[in-house]
Design a protein. Sequence first.
Length: 610
Amino acid sequence: MRATFKNLIHAFNIRMFLRTQHGHAMSVLRWTLLLVPMAIGVGTLCAAFLWSLDVATRARFAHPWLLFLLPVGGGLIGLLYHALGRSVEGGNNLIVEQIHEPGGGVPLRMAPLIFLGTVVTHLLGGSAGREGTAVQLGGSLASAVASRFRLDAPSIRILLMAGIAAGFGAVFGTPMAGAVFALEVLAVGQVEYVALIPCLVAGLVGDWTCQSWGIHHTPYHISFSADLAGEGPLQPLLLGKAAVAGVAFGLAGLLFAEANHALGGWLKRVLPYGPARPVVGGIAVIALTYLLGTRAYLGLGVWSPISGDPTIAGFFTGPVDHWSWALKILFTVVTLSAGFKGGEVTPLFFIGAALGNALGGLLDAPIDLFAGLGFVAVFAGAANTPLACTLMGIELFGGASAVPVAVATFVAYLCSGHNGIYLSQRIAIPKRRHPLLTPGMTLRDVRSARPSRFNRKDPSPASPPVAELPLAFVSLDEDETMSDTHVITPSEIGMIRIYLKPRDKAGPATARSLWSSRPLYRELVRQAKADGIMNAVAHHTHYGFSNHGALQGREAEMINPHLTMCVELIGPRGELEDFCRRHGDLLANKVIVYKHLEHWSVGRGEDPTV
């Protein structure tokens, strides 16, 4: 009897083991069938993109007059995005947001828009990169696959990360770095290991596919290795110099990111109409080109047919170039902040290699080694991805330089602060302790929390609070301020608040939704405008109108998907009731709150209560 019972338990355990292994095998098969075709598609798109960039760059060198079309091309790109691409204006930040909180998805229209916009930018002489385009190609295609097969939220996150890995690995020829970049770029101080194998597979397949189309990447060589392999007294000194250079690389990454965000924000305030900004930016790039008397800082900067022009490869061989890194920052910041498309990474490679070249001469260190350190370390500081950049250095330059590469990238990461080129990155583990830095904050939140000399919540010593000023500075001219009597006229009015999520859509998912997303909050505001409602806004007030005015919106709508958002309509109660009846299909199952309010009209005249 006991032997029979043991045999039953043994058979049950074997059956459970086989069932578990069968489940694992089916999961591997399912992910393989999803990842491999998706990565092949991304690799193919990246190959076409790199070929197009090469053709565009050669055309720009052959026809220098194309530079004068940069404002025209920028304006056309701006108009195209203004008409068709507002939902994808967030670019890489939109993809990062969707990985953190899958919901509305990444519209497939992002792929052709960013492809065309980047090629036009490089054809006409804008200083931009290619990583942003590759990541957006991968993210949009991965989102389309996820939508097609109706994957759940955890699977969507993994597939989007794999799309980033495939695009990054294919465009730079660094599949391992691409895989780790996709895991590391989401949050400062944290790596998403849950998607490690899918991202590695996608990075490898994307890179193999791109190479199979005949695309070859520029090789970079570091010949200095004698002191790296030995135990001589120069090695600690060399690593110390690499650490000192890492501080400069981190500060350069911080300068690039902060300048890009600051100038971009200023241009949006000064020129609210999106298509106008790249026109102004194109004119500025032309002016800088003729002011400095060189075209060396246009385009990618990877190669140039003009002898003597600074290039990334040239920084590895010398001579020492002291200022090219700063000039490339200037050209790239003006180009990208004005709204031209591309990416930041290849310009950061140029900036880092140029700064490493200059520091190598200043510190009496090997020029090729320090150009390589800067190549990856400035990017590590600007993107907050030291692990990915260390792997990139090993893939590009070989294992002999692994130790100084790691020293430079990690020091640069620590010195770049809580800022970066991807403002949707979240802080998982702060680089330093601070009461205002809490896990879950985005880099955008950190920037908005910083005091500004133009918009301080707390008074500064230069601008003391009113109570601390002498009376003569705060007293009012009573005759001037009290000469008119203002009358308040109240009237009955109501308000409804409709609570929903940013990812809610205005209609059922269809094949068309792969190409365009129609957020429900935007549709409600549009309908309110058409129905003559007095006020309609969508909090966080990214889109709406006030007092029967024109519809207004921000170009990039990066809404926190964790927060319930609210569409607020103000008008007479009867109009609000009619609105809800008329658009019940949009409002079904939504929480709607009505409040009775008073509308006050303020005007000059006799106050009847006096």
